[in-house]
Ligand binder design. Structure first.
Ligand code: GTP
Ligand code: MG
Length: 202
């Protein structure tokens, strides 16, 4: 899929105030600093679209972007960010869970996982929660440029084996690097295919 236009629409903390759910939508979720905003910029080919930072906790709102005037991307705050207060953490979790459970046009939640790390409990819990709520998910491994080929294979195989301990089948998986623009075509063609089955909510 070619990206002809990508523009920022609105930031908010309330799912009710998100843009009208008249087009298919994809959310990018994961721990703080995993590379959600960088991935959005890489996919859209605009490095200034979503704000990125080396300091975790940069994205604190639900940010909507309109792509090619036909579908949305949503950039979300990270979960599992230790440096925010407990109450702020709860607020983030509420924003994220309300959004996921109520957003009618949400086609897939892309769960971002840093390929360098071993499977982490809160990522696995979050995916289990998506499964319990029948929310379609896909896994995007990020920062692939940081490992060599052998390490990439080892870590992704380990991750898959771990998932298969609790899942009957694997969700779609993508290996990406925002730095090297790796995985761009794969993620975009998955979105293109999924856009075709969108049914406008009543
Ligand atoms: P929050 O909004 O704080 O939750 O973070 P985020 O998940 O949006 O992460 P962000 O895109 O801001 O990236 C965090 C840091 O990781 C930045 O310093 C990025 O430059 C770096 N980063 C993101 N993706 C990649 C990648 O593919 N490769 C490398 N080497 N660095 C990356
Ligand atoms: Mg961010």
């Amino acid at each position: 899929m070619q990206i002809n236009e990508a523009r920022f629409l609105v930031s908010n903390t309330d799912v009710e105030k998100c843009p009208a759910p008249s087009m298919p939508e994809y959310a990018f979720i994961g721990r703080s600093n995993v590379g959600k905003s960088s991935l959005i910029n890489m996919l859209t080919g605009n490095k200034n679209l979503a704000k990125t930072s080396g300091t975790p906790g940069k994205t604190q709102l639900i940010n909507h972007f309109l792509i090619n005037n036909t579908w949305y991307m949503a950039d979300l705050p990270g979960y599992g960010f230790a440096k925010v207060s407990k109450s702020q953490k709860k607020d983030f979790e509420k924003i994220i869970s309300d959004y996921i459970l109520k957003r009618k046009n949400l086609m897939t939640v892309f769960v971002l996982i840093d390929i360098r790390h071993k499977p982490l409990a809160n990522d696995l819990q979050f995916m289990a929660w998506l499964g319990e709520n029948q929310i379609p998910l896909a896994i995007v491994f990020t920062k692939a440029d940081k490992l060599n080929r052998q390490e990439l294979r080892k870590n992704s195989e380990h991750y898959k084996a771990m998932l298969l301990e609790s899942w009957q089948e694997l969700p779609p998986l993508f290996l990406t690097s925002a730095e090297k623009r790796l995985g761009r075509e794969e993620v975009l063609s998955y979105i293109e295919g999924t856009n075709e089955v969108f049914v406008k909510p009543l």
